[in-house]
Design a protein around this ligand. Structure first.
Ligand SMILES: Cc1cc2nc3c(=O)[nH]c(=O)nc-3n(C[C@H](O)[C@H](O)[C@H](O)COP(=O)(O)OP(=O)(O)OC[C@H]3O[C@@H](n4cnc5c(N)ncnc54)[C@H](O)[C@@H]3O)c2cc1C
Length: 384
């Protein structure tokens, strides 16, 4: 690893920092109050406005090709942007399922027509994508999905139900896994489909979470006809019946590099250190220092991963280790903050809200038990 930044990279960071400072201040001033959570209907609209500002000045997807709204930045520069983004306290990305999960798979498996027709609209938050994998009886065991798509003249007939679709209640499109060969079992016979949510026969039913946010949805398909050309370039991503491989690539992005970059945790660790300045005993301060070092170590680990990816390697099963790392780190950082705050932690605030969300980290993107199984079997070669 070469841990020095070049003059161009330093200049890139400075430009990002200055843009974020100016534009965040302007956005907040126009809102006139703290933005609401992006998982509420009102907050989602506020965050959409923010996303469009990012896109207008080409900060939404810095590492993408210019024709898709990016700057053609390197992975290193993307990491720098992420660091600056969270350091500035900019809001969580409501477009994240599209830009961080779906888009890398569109780049890898999509046709040029799909890339040109989907990516730019996705980056500009014109189309908002949610992830339709989980079903009432298929979570950890994703290969047991029963939602199906039957081939008919000019398209597919969809039936079944998806659940836990994050921000599904506010999105316009869904990417999902459907069984297209009814005689197939498990990982075979699945197709990765791109579905506009306004398709006739699709019902999106939002429901609330325990923390009061309301973005989750169940999505029902009742003889919904999905025309082949409902999405530019076609509704199948990859090959029909080859959906599992595409889904695993998407899962690699979710668990590995793109969804939770180190910038997010470095910023939280810095805020934790600030919180220690006028509170806490030696024991708590020592825990905070240890957690700060864990965040720093996560960054070093990510730099090693990017070094390998930049040399052409694929993330593979190692993404499971990354997922274990970030999800447990997030809980550690927030648990210490709550201990530092004492009774104050019970008041609604960024730390208590962050703690509640951190608790879901070991569940979404595949539970941590499943990640440990993957690491045991695929990295350590232990028996099933
Ligand atoms: C905040 C949040 C956002 C989410 N967003 C989305 C989304 O946008 N789209 C989507 O499709 N899904 C989403 N999910 C759903 C998520 O992917 C599932 O909750 C997760 O995969 C677990 O599935 P499950 O809830 O059915 O639990 P189950 O699979 O029923 O698991 C229950 C428990 O059993 C354990 N377990 C299961 N199998 C094994 C095994 N083989 N070995 C050891 N332990 C095992 C699990 O670890 C878990 O503790 C989201 C979940 C959360 C919490």
């Amino acid at each position: 690893m070469d841990l020095t930044w070049s003059a161009e990279e330093d200049a890139f960071r400075a430009e990002a920092r200055s843009w974020l400072e100016t534009n965040l201040a302007a956005w907040r001033a126009e809102l006139g109050a703290e933005p609401r959570s992006g998982d509420t209907r009102e907050g989602f609209a506020q965050h959409l406005d923010w996303e469009r500002r990012l896109f207008a000045d080409r900060w939404a997807v810095v590492s993408w090709a210019p024709e898709h709204g990016g700057r053609g930045a390197s992975l290193w520069e993307w990491l720098l942007f992420e660091e600056e983004y969270y350091r500035a306290g900019a809001p969580p990305r409501i477009t994240q399922n599209g830009i961080f999960l779906l888009a890398p798979s569109i780049y890898e498996f999509g046709t040029p027509e799909q890339q040109d027709g989907i990516l730019r609209r996705l980056a500009g938050a014109e189309d908002l994508w949610c992830q339709g994998w989980s079903e009432p009886n298929a979570g950890s065991d994703l290969a047991s999905v029963t939602s199906c798509a039957q081939r008919v003249d000019g398209g597919w007939l969809l039936n079944g139900q998806k659940t836990w679709t994050t921000r599904g209640a506010f999105c316009t499109h869904l990417f999902g896994l459907f069984r297209t060969d009814p005689d197939s079992a498990r990982h075979k016979g699945l197709t990765y489909l791109l579905v506009p949510l306004d398709t006739d026969g699709v019902t999106v039913r939002g429901f609330g979470r325990l923390d009061g946010d309301e973005g989750f949805a169940e999505v029902f398909f009742d003889d919904a006809f999905l025309a082949d050309d409902a999405v530019p370039g076609g509704v199948v991503l990859g090959q029909p019946e080859g959906g599992w491989a595409v889904a695993m690539a998407t899962a690699g992005s979710e668990r590995g590099l793109t969804l939770r970059s180190p910038g997010r945790f470095l910023a939280t660790a810095e805020r934790l250190v600030e919180l220690c300045r006028d509170r806490g005993d030696d024991g708590l301060r020592r825990r905070a220092a240890t957690a700060w070092m864990h965040a720093d170590a996560y960054q070093q680990q990510t730099l090693a991963t990017v070094t390998k990816l930049a040399a052409g390697a694929k993330a593979g099963a190692e993404a499971s280790l990354t997922k274990l790392w970030w999800s447990e780190l997030d809980i550690e950082l927030h648990a210490i903050a709550l201990d530092l705050l004492g009774p104050e932690a019970e008041l609604e605030g960024p730390w208590s809200k962050g703690w509640q969300f951190a608790l879901s980290g070991p569940i979404y993107a595949g539970t941590n038990e499943i990640q440990r199984n993957i690491a045991a079997e695929r990295l350590l070669g232990l028996p099933r």
